[in-house]
Design a protein around this ligand. Sequence first.
Ligand SMILES: [Zn+2]
Length: 150
Amino acid sequence: MGSAATAAGIKGLGDVAPHVEAAAVEIGQKFGVTNIGGRASSGHINGSDHYTGHAIDVMVYKDKTKGDAVMNYALSNWDRLGIKYVIWYHVYHPSPTKTENYIGPNPHTDHVHISFNSKPGSGGPAVDTGSETSGPDLQGCLSKLIPGLG
Ligand SMILES: [Zn+2]
């Protein structure tokens, strides 16, 4: 975790890509969230963007209003932040204007999952997760995201 995240008091981010950290700091500071899961070596679905440091879990716990606000912020700043997709409250957002029901193993009702492209902005290709098991119905997060938190 870089100094920007440390300065912002964010816990749990780990070694994520620089534009992912920048987005986490921006969202954390805007919405007053300090528990943001990032890079992980286990605890997620095969092919998860968490394993490459290209996903964050913005923990809002029972605050659905805050989760809705984080989701809307992600949709509004999609290309600038280099977002690939968002999962929040049973809904998968493959683009800012499309939604699908999310039926994966975690309902994503206590955190907003945000996956990022390999590069910031809209030009970078999506991170190749190299597996057909990484579709939207499978990808995401399992229930225990940050040991010792929540
Ligand atoms: Zn996640």
